[in-house]
Design a protein around this ligand. Structure first.
Ligand code: BTN
Length: 249
């Protein structure tokens, strides 16, 4: 692993897009981290936008791969775990991981993760992280207020953004390059065990759409591949690779 090159911007459309462009234009492995104080076109999963006002931490870290990794899909959960553990250590809180890419605090979304692959000269994963730090409740748009929160709104002491970012990136680097979580089955099982211990959905009744069909069942956990395990009313278990889990009340 090389030393990381941090590119700090005041504002940009999307740090993921900036980093992807740098990787695509490079002849060799890129170890950049792009961070911005705000984003005007922050992107989330499933083509959604990610509200990114000033006062949040927004960054994207490049993770060059060898091409031999067998379990790249678990990266989103591992990145979420890294943010979760960093927040536990720095802020003394216990966010929960909502499969596959959100962190929740007190029942509301605190952080979103967007991992993407760039097939440049070197295959590279981009881990994009957005954490709501200081947004007061009243600055969160009305339509998001019931669903989204920030550390400040939850009366949690807010860490320095640079310190939080460094802590998360150190954990990601350890997971990918030291513990080889994307290649080593035993390492993946250990990391996913830590994800499960922080699961937001476990035991809840959820619905998700698979191939146009809505499935409803109890969220039973996460497989080492990162797939969600859904227990259906007939007792059978389905592995869900991607999609969104909607909680039923
Ligand atoms: C989601 O909520 O579905 C994921 C949100 C991911 C947001 C982060 S912020 C930094 C990086 N740049 C983006 O455009 N998206 C990610």
């Amino acid at each position: 692993m090389k030393e990381r090159n941090i590119i700090q911007l005041n504002a940009t459309a999307s740090t993921n897009d900036d980093l992807k462009a740098r990787i695509a234009a490079s002849d060799g492995p890129v170890w950049d981290v792009v961070t911005a104080k705000m984003q005007t076109g922050g992107r989330g999963r499933l083509g959604r936008s990610f509200f990114s006002p000033p006062g949040g931490l927004y960054f994207s870290a490049a993770l060059p791969l060898t091409g031999t990794e067998t379990n790249v899909p678990c990266l989103t959960l591992v990145a979420g775990l890294c943010v979760c553990e960093a927040l536990e250590d720095l802020c003394g809180i216990e966010p929960r991981i909502k499969w596959p890419n959100d962190l929740y605090l007190n029942g509301k979304k605190l952080c979103g993760i967007l991992c993407e692959l760039v097939n440049g000269k070197t295959l590279t994963a981009v881990a994009g992280v957005g954490v709501n730090l200081t947004a007061p409740k009243e600055t969160i748009p009305e339509e998001l207020r019931q669903k989204v929160t920030s550390l400040w709104a939850e009366k949690v002491s807010v860490p320095a953004p640079a310190a939080l970012m460094k802590d998360v990136i150190d954990r990601l680097d350890r997971a990918v390059y030291q513990d080889r979580v994307l290649s080593d089955e035993a390492a993946a099982a250990r990391y996913i065990g830590r994800v499960q211990a922080r699961g937001y959905l476990t035991g809840k009744t959820v619905s998700c759409v698979v191939n146009g069909v809505t499935l409803t069942g109890v969220f039973a956990g996460v497989a080492p591949t990162g797939a969600a395990l859904l227990r259906l009313p007939d007792g059978s278990e389905r592995q869900i690779i991607s999609g969104e889990m909607i909680c039923q009340v």
